[in-house]
Design a protein around this ligand. Structure first.
Ligand SMILES: O=C1O[C@H](COP(=O)(O)O)[C@@H](O)[C@H](O)[C@H]1O
Length: 232
């Protein structure tokens, strides 16, 4: 698996470099198909990148933005990945993008997953861009160690879509794209920052079970080689 590491002098340079690369992929998709898609992660890492991407020149009205995963909280909750994207990416020209949330105000998280799966199914396959983050526990998306549906989420037999996930380290119940939904993206990125995350990456790459560090599934058997973007 020819993953590639892109190192930057600082997080600001990484944000600009990744925004340039993503904008280029989205522009090619728009030129070739008339549309483009990107699934992004939440958490604390991507904020600078989102702001840089938001300022890139492209026909955002032709771009579908969705989430790799989401906490099962409404968009006005400070833990919401939707809120992070809305406040940092979907601003200015980028506000013209079509946004597909994963959270839905449904009686159960299972119903929200079914509704989100239906919407995601209407987006061209494969996704053009997937931006993954990683926790220091080796989770990516909401593929958490000990997750109640981890094996199902990581199996290529599981159809593309959104499934629920609960795990001790996850906090709220989660909604996550399945591995099958994201592993063949045209541009598959793992965006991590800081030495601790670099050490976690090295541990993940050194071998071991996917159940211990689920990011290994992406690093070891995604169809698309992973572009790893890192800055200290
Ligand atoms: O819970 C989550 O954590 C990961 C990593 O977040 P970070 O703040 O350490 O970058 C994130 O990729 C995921 O989308 C989010 O739901």
């Amino acid at each position: 698996m020819a993953n590639k590491l892109h190192e930057f002098k600082d997080t600001a340079a990484l944000a600009e470099g990744l925004a340039d690369a993503v904008a280029s992929v989205l522009n090619v998709a728009i030129a070739e198909r008339g549309s483009a898609s990107i699934a992004v992660s939440g958490g604390s890492t991507p904020k600078q990148f989102f702001k840089a991407l938001s300022a890139r020149e492209l026909d955002w009205s032709k771009v579908t933005v969705t989430l790799v995963d989401e906490r099962f909280v409404p968009a006005d909750n400070a833990r919401s990945n939707h809120l992070l994207v809305e406040e940092n990416l979907l601003q200015g020209e980028a506000a013209k993008a079509r946004f597909l949330p994963l959270y839905r105000k449904t009686a159960t998280i299972g119903e929200a997953a079914r509704l989100a799966s239906t919407d995601i199914a209407a987006v061209a396959v494969p996704l053009d861009v997937v931006i993954l983050g990683m926790g220091n526990d080796g989770h990516t998306a909401s593929f958490f160690p000990g997750g109640d549906r981890l094996a199902e989420a990581l199996s290529l037999q599981t159809p593309r879509g959104v499934i629920t996930m609960e795990a001790e380290g996850a906090g709220e119940p989660r909604l996550t794209l399945t591995f099958s939904s994201l592993q063949d993206a045209h541009f598959l990125v793992l965006h991590i920052e800081g030495q601790a995350k670099k050490d976690t990456l090295e541990k993940a790459l050194a071998g071991g079970e996917e159940s211990e560090m689920p990011v290994r599934a992406v690093l070891n058997r995604a169809k698309t080689p992973v572009d790893i973007y890192w800055a200290p």
